[in-house]
Structure formats: structure tokens, C-alpha cells
Design a protein around this ligand. Structure first.
Ligand SMILES: Nc1ncnc2c1ncn2[C@@H]1O[C@H](COP(=O)(O)OP(=O)(O)OP(=O)(O)O)[C@@H](O)[C@H]1O
Length: 698
């Protein structure tokens, strides 16, 4: 091993030297370009009077070309500079069956091929051959190359950590990706955003990342199983694999809020790709409906559910999230289609024009938007009339037909049609706008009805891959809308047990029923939290399929206190402990936004510096934050404190979900405070704590 270490250290030094040489060459070429561009500008300026138009155009084109080439070089230099810090993280030796030689492959975030010798020093982790590193232990192995399957033998697998050009460790691994490295990665304190996992991608995760076959992939994964990480690595993989036809701008992420979007925003740049456009469901709805239709947000809907025990509202939400509701809208659209058209016989130039001509033409044009359809029907009937009677109609006669065509279509406003839909299904009580604003649960049904009856302008027609995170929070109607708007490939991910609104939650099966032909995969291994935190969370929401990572840490602790003031004092102390630790993020997760805001005020009064995250917050940050499980969903923190886990706060099934989401945000440490008797969902955890002595009454 010492010999190997010397060899590897030497190779690293050589690799860095080659990178430096290449960087130097790029620098020199860039200076040449700069000089030439400057010279061309000077020439244009000095000789402008002697140059004709064509000379000037040619000169401009040559300058533009040089500028484009400089940009490419600058991007290359940026990649190399990054690679210089950590050129690779793994190596494997592979002997192809069809060749009698063993090749050593080093893999890193990017390819690095020496400009002069064309020697491949580093292979991109997304290259076909690199999948050997993730998929096989030493022994027989194979990978899929563009030319077909390449079988052979993997004779060595090695893991490195190189930081700032220095090798921190190297480790030979015979079993999959070494557990020690993964353990160490997971034990690290959180970063100021989501991190890339290229060095430790697991085999089942790799299969999802590299899948290029599925048109629509639904990933159901338990809390902390790496769904979001995998989805982003999958995007990076697809951008590499289809680099000639797919660019970052062709991808769209539907994300739950800005904080989450900001949190995941640095993964793709870290992987050397541009960030991908992102949008929330509400923005998408507003783009389609326009400014005149105002509506409540999903966040407001959830807040109302938590603040009041309005059974009628729950029923309205539940009914609109049922798969039958989707069918009912479709049936209603068909009904409108049938009843909204009343054909009539008319006479033009003393000749009969029967209603059935309008009717059959109308039926044939069903794929057009309403307005286009009426115009197209008029035009088509005119053509048919002229052909039938072999005449050419005058302008006024054509106008008569067009007017008649318009009159046959019974128009109604979308809003009125939507309201009448509830009468039609015999449930008028389900439509309850508040103060001129639609309830959130009505927004996508309304859009869907519009799509079916009038058609909508697609604001994202160019998207080639759609990524939907937190899939459980969207209803079948929302998926039906997405399916019509985005005919492109899709990656859809989430966890049915992490819904923040169980009345409108969707299971993967329900989603699959709407997105026909989708492939479904399941991830059951959870990586984020320590074994102790995961076991604790599982007692709140049992899941026999979940496999927790064997990474150990302190038991979660529950302190029962008498008053809110005691709770604030405990949090203040926990914040002090946190600040003295190596950890970088702590979240205090109150159940509702109102509670979070109050608590934030109380903490500020107690001299605790914390940031309050709200619906409109723009970004993620480390340090101490106060927010709700709803906003924290998808995020993670070194430490989590639940400021009031009493039964007075967490008692319904919806609360159970929120408590589970809150606990599973913690990577290393979880503390709960209960003002009064603890939540019924913590009863199952009581026995353990009594045994370990971690429950404290204060
Ligand atoms: N193969 C891996 N190597 C290293 N870290 C990993 C791996 N897989 C997952 N993780 C880590 O596990 C944590 C959870 O990942 P991620 O947030 O992607 O999971 P998730 O399934 O989207 O979680 P949730 O649904 O609970 O929000 C992250 O810190 C991520 O870096």
C-alpha cells in the first residue's frame, strides 16, 4: 500500500502539472485572442473611412468569432481550475474481455484529456465506462458503451479524497462504494446548500441517475433517501449524455418554494452545469390564468387547515384531490361540448345550408381553441358551400355564414362554467371562493377545464425535461394539467409519507394512473439522519420498508416543560451549545407559521439571533432559522429543535405527518420540547427514552 500511495501521489502531482500546463496554454491562447480582438478593433477604427460595408461586416464577424472562441476557452479554464483542486475521487482498473490489457481509469467531476498528448487523465463520472465504479465490486463486471455491452474484470477499486490539490486519503475498496467514505460524508456538518454526491453514489441510485429510457420516471423514496440529489445528478447526466440536443435552459424544475430552489441551486453548478430554470405551481397557474383570476396559495391553504378545524373545507379539498374528480371534469367538458353547440339551418343566396354541415365541421375541429375553432368552422363551411353549389360567395354572404356560426356556439365565461360544474355534479357546496379569490384547490381544476374547453397558451412549450419534486403534494388534476402542458420526458419524485396536506396528497400509484406509461422506482434506504433519529421518527410514522443508515449519534431528547417561557429558555441554551459546536445549521421547527412568527419574536426578545423563514423568503441560509415543517420540507439541518411537541399541538393525522417531516430534517441531533403532556405520537418513543434516561421533566 505504501508503494501504491507513493505511485498515486506521484500520479496526482503529474496530473496537476499537466493541468497547469494546459491552463498555461489556454491562458496564452486567450491573450492572443485578446490582442487580435484589440488589433481588429483598432484597425476598424483607424481604417473605417476606407472600408466599405462588406469589409466592415466581415471584420465584425471575425471579431465575433474570436470572442466566441475566447468564451469557450474561458469556460475550459474555469473547469480546469476547479479540477485542479480535486481532479478525481476514484480509480478502477478494468480488463476488457476482448483485450489482453488492463486499463486504469480515474474518475472525477469532469473529463481531463491532455491537449498535447490526448492522454485521458480523468474520465467524467457520467462517461459510460465510469458506471463500473458505481455498479460493481472487484470481479466480473460490464458496462454499456455506445457500441454495446463491454464485459471484463474489475481488478481494483480505489477511493480518494483530494482537496486543494492535496491527497487527504486513499482507500482500496472491494465492496461497492466504501461504507467508510459514505459514513464520513454523511457525518459532515451541513453546507450552505445541497451538496453533490458523485463520489459515493450508490448502485440503486446510479441506476436511476443513468436511466435514459423512461419517458416518465416516478421516484418514491423515503425521507433522506437522496431523491432530490439523485434527480439533480440525473439532470447532470442527461445534459452530458444528450449534450447536442439538451441544454440547461430546456429543463424546468417545479419546486415547492424559493427557499428550496435556492437550497438545491448550487448542485448543478458544482457538477459543472448551468442552473436550471425553476418555477412554483402557483406561478405556473398565474401564467396560465392571467392576472384577473386571483387565488389562494398552497401555503395559505395548509395554514388555514392547521389554524381551523373546518370540516367543510377539508371535504372540499379532499373531493378535488380524488381521481374521480378528474374524470368528472372531463365528463363535464364533454357535456359542455355537446350542449354548447346548437346547429341551425340557414339560407344563403336562396340556397339551403343545413345545420348538420355546421355540426360535423364543429366536431372535426375539436382540437382547436374555442376562438380559433369558431373562425375555422366559418371558413370551412364557406368552402364547403362554394364547392357544393359551385359559386363564389360575396363578402356580405360570407359574413352571414360566419355570424350564424358564431351564434350557434353558446358561450359562457370560464368562471361561470366552472361554478355550474358543481351544480352539474350535484355538489354546489364544493365551490366556495373567499373574497373574490379562488381556493387553492380550485385553481388547477379550473385550468384543466379551460384546457379542455377553450385550450390554453402553453408558456413553457420548449421544455424538454420536466422535474417535479415533492410529488405527493400535487393532485391528479395537477398531474393531468402537467401532462398536457409538458409532453416531454419527466422525472417526478417525492415521498407519500411526507405530505404537508393529507387531504390533497397523491400516492405514486395515483400519479402513475394519470401519467400513463410512467415507470416507478422505490428507494428505501435513508441516508440523512443518524440511526437514532431515524428510529425515533419511525415510531411516529412506522414504515417497515425503511432501512436506516448505520450511523450513530445521540438519542433524540424530549424535555417536558411547564410554560412557553421555559421552552424559550431551553432553546436559547441549545442555540448557545450549537454556536459552540462544529455544526453549521440549526432549525427550530414550529408547527404553524403563526407559531413560528411568535416564537421568533420571543427568541429575539431573549437575545437569540435567528432568521425567520416565511412563504415569501427568497433563500436558504445556515445558522439558526425558525420555520415550519412545511417550509423545511426537502431541506436538512445539522440540528433540529421542535419547540412544542405537546399533544395540544400535535394530535391529528396531519400533525403526525408534520412531526415526522420535522424530525427527519435532522442530520445529527434532534431535540423536542413539550409544553405540557407530549404528543400522542411520541408515546411509542417513551419506552426507549425511559430506558436511556433521555426524557427530562423541567
Ligand atoms: N449516495 C450518497 N452519498 C452521500 N450522501 C448521500 C447519498 N445519498 C443521499 N445522501 C445524502 O442524504 C441526504 C438526503 O438527500 P436528499 O435531500 O436528496 O434526500 P430526499 O430523499 O430528497 O429527502 P427528503 O424527502 O427527506 O427531503 C443529503 O445530505 C444527501 O447528500
Amino acid at each position: 500500500m505504501t508503494l501504491d500511495k507513493d505511485l498515486e501521489t506521484r500520479r496526482l502531482t503529474d496530473c496537476l502539472a499537466r493541468i497547469d500546463v494546459n491552463l498555461g496554454q489556454i491562458g496564452a491562447r486567450l491573450s492572443d485572442y485578446q490582442r487580435d480582438i484589440q488589433a481588429a478593433h483598432d484597425h476598424m477604427w483607424e481604417a473605417r473611412r476606407d472600408m466599405d460595408h462588406l469589409d466592415k461586416v466581415a471584420m465584425r464577424q471575425s471579431i465575433d468569432q474570436m470572442m466566441r472562441s475566447s468564451d469557450v476557452l474561458r469556460a475550459q479554464a474555469k473547469k480546469l481550475a476547479k479540477l485542479r483542486k480535486s481532479p478525481y475521487f476514484g480509480r478502477f482498473d478494468f480488463r476488457r474481455q476482448d483485450r489482453n490489457e488492463t486499463g486504469s481509469y480515474y474518475i472525477g467531476i469532469h473529463d481531463f484529456r491532455d491537449e498535447d498528448t490526448q492522454e485521458p487523465w480523468v474520465y467524467d463520472w457520467r462517461a459510460p465506462v465510469s458506471s463500473l465504479f458505481y455498479d460493481f465490486e472487484t470481479g466480473p463486471a460490464r458496462y454499456e458503451a455506445p457500441s454495446g455491452t463491454i464485459p471484463g474484470d474489475l481488478t481494483l477499486k480505489r477511493q480518494f479524497r483530494i482537496r486543494d490539490g492535496a491527497m487527504e486519503f486513499m482507500l482500496d475498496v472491494s465492496v461497492n462504494i466504501v461504507d467508510d467514505v459514505l459514513q464520513e460524508e454523511l457525518a459532515r456538518a451541513s453546507d450552505d446548500g445541497m451538496k453533490n454526491i458523485v463520489a459515493t453514489i450508490q448502485r440503486d441510485q446510479n441506476a436511476i441517475i443513468r436511466d435514459a429510457e423512461a419517458h416518465t420516471l416516478i421516484i418514491q423514496g423515503v425521507a433522506g433517501s437522496g431523491k432530490t440529489s439523485i434527480a439533480l445528478h440525473r439532470i447532470a447526466f442527461l445534459l452530458y449524455r444528450f449534450k447536442d440536443t439538451l441544454s440547461s435552459a430546456d429543463i424546468l424544475i417545479i419546486s415547492p418554494n424559493r427557499v428550496f430552489a435556492d437550497y438545491i441551486g448550487n448542485v448543478l453548478p458544482e457538477l459543472g452545469e448551468e442552473t436550471v430554470p425553476e418555477i412554483g405551481m402557483e406561478t405556473l397557474a398565474a401564467q396560465i390564468l392571467g392576472p384577473k383570476i386571483r387565488f389562494q396559495s398552497f401555503f395559505e391553504q395548509t395554514a388555514r387547515l392547521l389554524d381551523s378545524d373546518d370540516q367543510a373545507m377539508k371535504e372540499r379539498i379532499r373531493a378535488k384531490a380524488a381521481p374521480e374528480f378528474l374524470r368528472q371534469i372531463e365528463a363535464y367538458a364533454r357535456h359542455l361540448e355537446k350542449t354548447s353547440f346548437a346547429p341551425e339551418d340557414i339560407v344563403v343566396r336562396k340556397r339551403p345550408l343545413p345545420g348538420f354541415v355546421f355540426e360535423t365541421t364543429w366536431g372535426r375541429l375539436g382540437q382547436l381553441d374555442l376562438a380559433e375553432r369558431i373562425v375555422a368552422m366559418g371558413n370551412s363551411v364557406i368552402e364547403q358551400f362554394e364547392a357544393q353549389y359551385n359559386v363564389e360567395l360575396r363578402k356580405e354572404e360570407r359574413a352571414v355564414i360566419r355570424k350564424a356560426a358564431r351564434g350557434m356556439v353558446k358561450r359562457t365565461t370560464l368562471r361561470k362554467a366552472y361554478r355550474e360544474f358543481f351544480d352539474w355534479i350535484g355538489r354546489p357546496e364544493l365551490f366556495q371562493p373567499v373574497g373574490g379569490r379562488l381556493e387553492y384547490a380550485d385553481v388547477f381544476p379550473l385550468i384543466y377545464l379551460r384546457m379542455l374547453t377553450e385550450g390554453v397558451e402553453n408558456p413553457h412549450a420548449g421544455v424538454k425535461h420536466l422535474l417535479v419534486d415533492e410529488m405527493q403534494d400535487y393532485t391528479p388534476v395537477q398531474y393531468a394539467v402537467l401532462a398536457r402542458l409538458f409532453k416531454c420526458r419527466k422525472t417526478i419524485l417525492g415521498d407519500a409519507t411526507q405530505s404537508v396536506n393529507p387531504y390533497s396528497a397523491s400516492t405514486p400509484e395515483r400519479i402513475e394512473a394519470v401519467l400513463e406509461g410512467a415507470w416507478r422506482v422505490t428507494l428505501n434506504k435513508s441516508y440523512r439522519s443518524t440511526w437514532q433519529i431515524m428510529q425515533f421518527a419511525l415510531k411516529i410514522a412506522p414504515n417497515p420498508d425503511l432501512v436506516a443508515m448505520e450511523r450513530h449519534g445521540p438519542d433524540p431528547d424530549l424535555a417536558v416543560v411547564g410554560t412557553q417561557k421555559d421552552a424559550v429558555a431551553r432553546i436559547a441554551k441549545a442555540v448557545r451549545d450549537f454556536r459552540a459546536s462544529d455544526h453549521t445549521s440549526l432549525a427550530v421547527l414550529a408547527k404553524t407559521q403563526a407559531q413560528a412568527t411568535r416564537l421568533h419574536g420571543a427568541l429575539t426578545d431573549a437575545g437569540v439571533d435567528a432568521r425567520l423563514l416565511e412563504e415569501g423568503s427568497a433563500g436558504f441560509s445556515t445558522g439558526v432559522v425558525v420555520c415550519t415543517p412545511h417550509l423545511a420540507k426537502g431541506l436538512e439541518f445539522d440540528r433540529v429543535i421542535i419547540p412544542d411537541a405537546s399533544d395540544a399541538v400535535f394530535s391529528t393525522e396531519m400533525d403526525r405527518n408534520l412531526l415526522y417531516v420535522a424530525c427527519t430534517r435532522a442530520m445529527h441531533q434532534l431535540s423536542l420540547i413539550s409544553v405540557g403532556a407530549p404528543s400522542r405520537f411520541l408515546e411509542a418513543t417513551e419506552g426507549d427514552r425511559a430506558r436511556n434516561g433521555t426524557r427530562q421533566a423541567v
